[in-house]
Write a protein that binds this ligand. Structure first.
Ligand SMILES: Cc1cc2nc3c(=O)[nH]c(=O)nc-3n(C[C@H](O)[C@H](O)[C@H](O)COP(=O)(O)O)c2cc1C
Length: 193
């Protein structure tokens, strides 16, 4: 078991002054205070052309994949775009797969300009399930983000707490046990009759 879990936060917004990036940084700071070693993956610093399955190692894809593969926990943060999550994060995730996410703890963060970013979080959760990640039940959401984040800080106390707890949880559950071996269900013995 790693003594200092490696926690990586991936920001789905490329915007300068992104509220999502601010929140991920807050969660990573909390992860650090709970003993994690942390790294922000700022997708602005990665050259990632629109994913083409015929060119899976384009640009900085290998650098991204290596960083994610070496992590114990990943925080995926995205703005809500048209009721879902943002294309830069989807594109980054399409370069990745089981090797990067299987048996990796994932914490989710959604940020929106208006209503609660429920579908952003749900869509991210589905994608994580498809690559066998361990997605934490606790998730953080920042609706009406321009009222809640100001000058690089979360100014809403409740939301700040939820984001901080996300950082705490990704450290606490960084080394969660993988699935136990499957067993024959006693209750299912009649299924072959
Ligand atoms: C293309 C686009 C689509 C958006 N769609 C929604 C939406 O469906 N619902 C919503 O509440 N906000 C929507 N927003 C607002 C963003 O979620 C909001 O500005 C958020 O703070 C952006 O995240 P960032 O600050 O990390 O860049 C949209 C913004 C853009 C640019």
């Amino acid at each position: 078991m790693s003594t200092s879990p490696r926690v990586v936060g991936v920001c789905g917004s490329l915007r300068d002054g992104s509220h999502t990036r601010t929140a991920i940084e807050r969660a990573l700071a909390e992860a650090g205070s709970f003993g994690g070693s942390t790294q922000l993956v700022d997708l602005r610093a990665y050259e990632l052309p629109v994913f083409d399955p015929d060119n899976r190692e384009a640009g900085d894809a290998n650098r991204l994949k290596e960083t994610l593969r070496e992590s114990d926990s990943i925080i995926l943060g995205s703005p809500m775009y048209h009721g879902s999550y943002a294309a830069p994060l989807k594109n980054a995730m399409d370069y990745c797969g089981f090797d990067e996410f299987e048996e990796t703890t994932v914490g989710l963060l959604g940020v929106s300009g208006g209503r609660f970013p429920t579908t952003t979080l749900e869509h991210l959760r589905s994608v994580c399930r498809a690559v066998n990640a361990w997605v934490l039940p606790h998730q953080a959401a920042i609706p009406a983000a321009s009222d809640k984040v100001d000058d690089g800080e979360i100014v809403d106390e409740e939301i700040e707490k939820r984001v901080a707890i996300l950082g705490q949880r990704v450290v606490e559950y960084a080394n969660i046990q993988p699935d136990p071996p499957t067993f024959q269900s006693e209750e299912n013995v009649g299924a072959d009759d």
